[in-house]
Design a protein. Structure first.
Length: 501
């Protein structure tokens, strides 16, 4: 009986193979380099930080005849197609109306790792599947399926995301840097010693395999481990079917993308990934979005669910932890009180040319800066509680930075962070305040400690932020300060200039 079944399966595989036009089969596909617009000129030292568009979409028409088939003796069939580019820094894929037969698996295999395997269960109801990026200019798309189900495989519309900006080129150099400027502080340096919670909560976000932003993993009042990531609305994470950006299921969150040593790249891995998310909240006025990842980070990620402060009192000093230009994790410090400002920033090349008015915290850096790609990263109080997410600004490393702007000294800012307490009070674009998700217990607290039973460090007066309602400022400049000076008006005009990446 087993012999008869094996024989029939083998015959079916052979007949299916003969039915394919062998002359049309191709083992390789050459992918042309997409056109990348030249950067516009900005005033010296000006570097608006909305998003870093690191990839471009290239149409990739596919059919079953394009690949090369093999038929192992176990009754399966394997379809392979090599995707070769001229100089891509990474490759990702997006399928629409993909039809994968039951018991099939799809993987994108690169020289240094792979995405997948994915099954039919990983697809959306309409056959949508996002395949996260693999590094390098070449990859192999491989599909394994039952030989008897060859006729059920359909590709639909497919696009390839062609990486035009390296997320980290892995070259050994000082300060563990890849594509970011040379004025940043690696989080493994002594300057990061006092900020372990903020560092462990910060993640790199790759959206639609094309856009680089940042996010932070936040605790909620139930402390139930729900994987909530806060980021910037202008990063473009949208609900499915909303063409104004990318769907939340295209998000890849990368944890622990950082060096273990201060002055070199050591112990770096980008394998701590979680793919897919659901959009819970977005608001343009606070430039804030909240997503829930499709699964919680496993214990091996050592991720921390950070605390937050929605009291609106700001901070007298603090930090920003971020991935500038998608590079290894860095930290910047400020030692002047935050100020409330209403500013107008560009929303970048991702979702058009409109400007966005944001109720923000104004920050000037004492050590370090931010860059394109740092968007969505958190602003942290001395208690390592998040009070806002990065919208934009003018800080830069100078002529040696990613954009080649300015010369000589570092430009310390100002930078602007959408305020968390504004998002708490607003229903946003989806009709539900962010407070519902961060305070599902309905406790009414405005400050919360991190998850895991570890209290936040004491404030300057010796008290602790333990999740109780805030009753006073911790040194921040909580007053509403507008741009009424000539310098403020000038900076506002400059911020309204549009930069496309």
């Amino acid at each position: 009986m087993r012999f008869t079944q094996a024989f029939l399966i083998s015959c079916c595989a052979a007949l299916c193979a003969l039915a394919l036009p062998l002359t049309a089969a191709a083992a390789e596909r050459q992918i042309p380099r997409p056109t990348v617009e030249d950067a516009q000129a900005l005033p010296d030292g000006m570097a608006i930080q909305p998003v870093l568009q690191s990839g471009r979409a290239v149409d990739l028409p596919l059919s079953v005849q394009d690949g090369e088939w093999s038929f192992p003796a176990d009754g399966s069939a394997i379809w392979r197609l090599a995707l070769n580019t001229a100089d891509a820094t990474y490759i990702g894929l997006h399928f629409e109306a993909l039809s994968l037969p039951a018991e099939s698996q799809l993987a994108l295999i690169g020289a240094h790792g792979q995405s997948g395997p994915f099954s039919a269960a990983d697809q959306g109801a309409d056959g949508t599947l996002w395949v996260p990026l693999v590094h390098g200019k070449e990859a192999v798309l491989e599909i394994t399926l039952p030989a008897a189900a060859l006729s059920e495989l359909r590709f639909g519309d497919t696009t390839l995301q062609y990486g035009v900006v390296a997320l980290d080129d892995r070259r050994p150099q000082t300060k563990a840097e890849g594509d970011a400027g040379n004025c940043h502080n690696n989080v493994a340096c002594p300057v990061g010693d006092d900020w372990p919670l903020a560092i462990d909560a910060t993640v790199l976000l790759i959206i639609g395999n094309q856009v680089v932003c940042n996010g932070a993993l936040l605790n909620n009042t139930r402390s139930d481990g729900s994987p909530l990531i806060i980021t910037a609305d202008h990063c473009g994470i949208r609900s499915d079917g909303d063409g104004d950006g990318f769907p939340a299921d295209s998000v890849t969150a990368i944890f622990n993308f950082q060096s273990t040593q201060c002055d070199r790249s050591a112990g770096v891995s980008d394998e701590d990934r979680i793919n897919g998310a659901t959009l819970l909240y977005r608001d343009t006025r606070s430039d804030t979005s909240l997503i829930r990842l499709d699964r919680a980070p496993p214990a091996g990620f050592n991720a921390r669910y950070a605390g937050w402060d929605a009291s609106g009192n700001g901070a007298g000093r603090g930090s920003g932890v971020h991935h500038p230009a998608g590079d290894l994790k860095k930290i910047s410090l400020f030692d002047e009180p935050t100020q409330k400002e209403t500013v107008t920033i560009t929303d970048g090349a991702l979702i058009g040319s409109r400007n966005q008015t944001v109720d923000a915290w104004r920050v000037t850096w004492a050590d370090g800066v931010t860059e394109p790609g740092s968007s969505g990263s958190g602003l942290w109080t001395p208690q390592q509680q998040l009070i806002g997410v990065l919208s934009g600004g003018s800080s830069a490393c100078g002529s040696s930075g990613l954009l080649g702007l300015g010369s000589g000294d570092v430009n310390p800012g100002p930078d602007f962070y959408g305020r968390l307490e504004v998002a708490f009070a607003r229903s946003g674009e989806l009709g539900t305040p962010i407070q519902r998700f961060l305070d599902p217990a309905g406790s009414g607290v405005l400050r919360l400690s991190p998850r895991g039973g570890v209290s936040a460090p004491p404030t300057a007066d010796g008290s602790e932020s333990d999740g109780s309602p805030d009753t006073g400022s911790d040194g921040g400049g909580g007053g509403a300060v507008g741009w009424t000076t000539a310098l403020g008006l000038l900076l506002g005009a400059l911020l309204r200039r549009r930069w496309q990446y």
